[in-house]
Design a binder for this molecule. Sequence first.
Ligand SMILES: [Zn+2]
Length: 616
Amino acid sequence: MLELDLSQYTKPEIDLIKKALASLKPPEKITVVDWVNKYGVLPFGAEPGPYSTNRAKYVEGILFEATNPRIEQLVIRKSAQTGITTALLQHFLYSIDCDPGPGLYVMPTEGGARDIIRERLDPLLMETKKIQDKLFFDPPQPKDNTRRKKKQSSDTLLFKRFRGGQLNISGTNSPSNLASRFIRYLWLDEVDKFAESAKESGDPANLAIKRTQTFKNRKIFWCSTPTVKGLSRITKAFEESDQRYYKVPCRHCGEFQVMEFENINYINDDPATAHYACLKCGSVWSDLERWDSVLKGYWEPTKETKRIAGFQLNELMSSWATIERIVTDYLVAVKGGPELMRTFTNETLGLPFNENIEETPINDLFDRKEDFDSQSIPNDVVYLVLGTDTQDHSLHSTLVGFGQNQETYVLDHFIIQGSPGEDETFDELEKIRTAKYRKQNGELMSIAVHCQDSAGHFTEQCYRWSAKTLKSGYKSYAVKSIPGNRPIFPRTPSRSAKYKGLTFYSMGSDTTKQMTFDRIKIKDVGKCYIHFGKNLSLEYFQELTNEYPKYTFDKRGKMVKVWIQRGKNEAFDCLGLCWASLYAHLSHYQQACSGTITPVQAVRKSSYLEKMRETA
Ligand SMILES: [Zn+2]
């Protein structure tokens, strides 16, 4: 053994020699799972200390494939709270020590990338003792600002160098970074939130993948919480993989099973009663038993492909989640509507959300027509409203009756030809608004509330007409559609800046559109079901189904829902205005349902709130 006389060297030189000699040592023969359990640390989060795969046993199978030479791509479709990002960072540290190479880590935005470096990666690089002699920079020292500054000036935050490789970190909004170097390791994190295109350079994921083609032993990690079916990149990638699911044993009957939300039971919508029940024997698992089963689980592929391993993870596998919390989230989503249900499906189940946007066939709706109209109103109806859409050369109005539980009867659809600029047009509308309508039992009804859309070229006329009608004691409101998360009908009116002294009401149009869209689909007669009257034309149904929602990405890469119109949609808008009319005085409708006020009283009953509205 060669003995080195170190006495002639200074301390910094000795350190350098030691480091150089250490780097000549061959990498330790150790599996990735053993490595992370032996050397891994968790410097951040609620549970700092040594890293252990026991906290999330399923990551072992993923880490194994990350070092399996036969596997080229790993696709991880996951819910929140699965510990995957941490596991992948641990794998990166392992690769620095045992199998280094040039790498690229891509996040949706550079801001997000900076956050993950500051909060996760830099502390790991600093605290993981095993790799210190491989790093070519001083890891940042949070308590020592001068060192940190020095480090950042010589080695930017987004670039890390180590023996045998380097790591670039980029957002999808900087195509120059995505295309600059050849890379062997590629991490695509949160791919479902990637920009649709990296500026003019095309799909950012493809752009980055092209840089790996020179490496036969390349490794590509796809990782994301899914978003919406059809748009979800991670789902597309997962479908091309061998689609593995994690199976865990029942401690009572031994049956191995994938834990699905469908196997959770609870009583009377009470999350405290929620529990997981075995697929086979039905025995109840406590959270502790569930976590214990996860320790004994394994990944099972469901499809045959050679080089792409896919993993599906949901929160039921997570030791950070309880069944009670999962059910609480679910019940909130059920009440909250499609938007919250999308979040639950993505974040808890780790699945893409399938908004039921397939069309309701017009013929199906047309065939649903029933034998009633505005002079033979079904006796169940207790409340009448009118919704009017204003066009440049016509007014379109839908007359709707409500029974109990918002069961809806579309009684008639009126089209008045003529410009809303002409008095005669509004006179015609006034005739419809003040007319008496007859129930099948002979009882007469009047319209309780009327909402008229005031967008377009005749806003002032609509405001004036509304003001006139309100003055005479009737509830006829000029409304303005405002998109975004807001109530269907506001508590107070807005004052027009342009037409001084005139007021209007801001209607939450995203909510009314969603209501129309959802309620058309209801097939069971009863609560919220829509009945259609005998006079409605095929064109009416065409218009009713001409608007539908679609998810897309805005300029900043944020997912947004937009409403697509594929033709005339007046009937669709009119029904939205009917919901606004109903919600303008919901308590009156409820009183009409319970019989505390008669339909006639509902029309003219003036409350404190209305007085406020009229004088506002
Ligand atoms: Zn069992």
